[in-house]
Design a protein around this ligand. Sequence first.
Ligand code: 13P
Ligand code: SF4
Length: 302
Amino acid sequence: MSDIIEKIKELKQKKNAVILAHCYQNVEIDEVADFVGDSLYLSQKANETDADIIVFAGVYFMAQTAKMLSPDKKVLLPRLESGCRMADMIDLKQVREFKAQHPNIPTVCYINSTAEVKSECDMCCTSSNAVKVVKSMGEKEILFLPDTYLGKWVEAQLGDVKVTTYPGFCPTHLQIKPKDIIEAKAKYPNAKVLAHPECHQEVVKLADYVGSTTGIMKYAIESDEKQFIIATEKGVVDRLSRDYVDKEFILIKENIICPNMKWHSLQDIYDALDKEQYEITVDSEISKKAVQCIDRMLQISK
Ligand code: 13P
Ligand code: SF4
């Protein structure tokens, strides 16, 4: 075991800490992580843990969500630069304006949003439960933010709910174009195309399966097929290729990378535990309101 990995494990035990890692992280982080998964899984783990410290190897909104679900724990984000470019596309003022333009319609926020934005919304969702969440509300019309593509995908899946979306998007997933899928299918005609619902709807239409990061991984693991074209962030391909060597995973195109997810190194994780940095806090009034919409989601996702 390398020195740094051993040192992190020792420190983790000494401080009763857990490390949660999103599956877009650099793969070496898995060596020290207690849980690796998608946004829903990690928020469930943050809710359940009895550790004193949570180190979140993910992006800012994930650490904020962990703090709101476990207010008595110290939540650390090893690199503060790790924001989500989609979450940063809407602030408190903009969510209020969006709601004022469409009065009296329930608002669903993607978990990829700040605590302030969540505090103005009725219900939260992740990419793995968005359809289930919206269906559970029993509404004819909802507002969805910030991801217009996830919102439109939910609308297409349900067929009987009007989804009015905020014009936010993920710059990483929008790099994937329909022509990339068409070209990849021509090159690998037997491969299944697996896509994240943050992709453009014209991309999603060409996929064999659409789901969250762990949804994509589960599909590929359980399938009898041997070759997969992966239309999401590179971390998913890195993990599948490492763990399932008898199958082939093709990243849809080069550099489908979320730069903010890749900030954390093993050294940053060590420093985070050692110096207990950088602690994430959330205003208690904001948290009180935001946690309600997160809790509603967790209740229906058990
Ligand atoms: P998941 O819900 O699949 O974890 O996605 C989070 C994310 O940020 C995708 O860009
Ligand atoms: Fe945000 Fe996109 Fe990065 Fe996910 S991949 S964290 S949505 S910028």
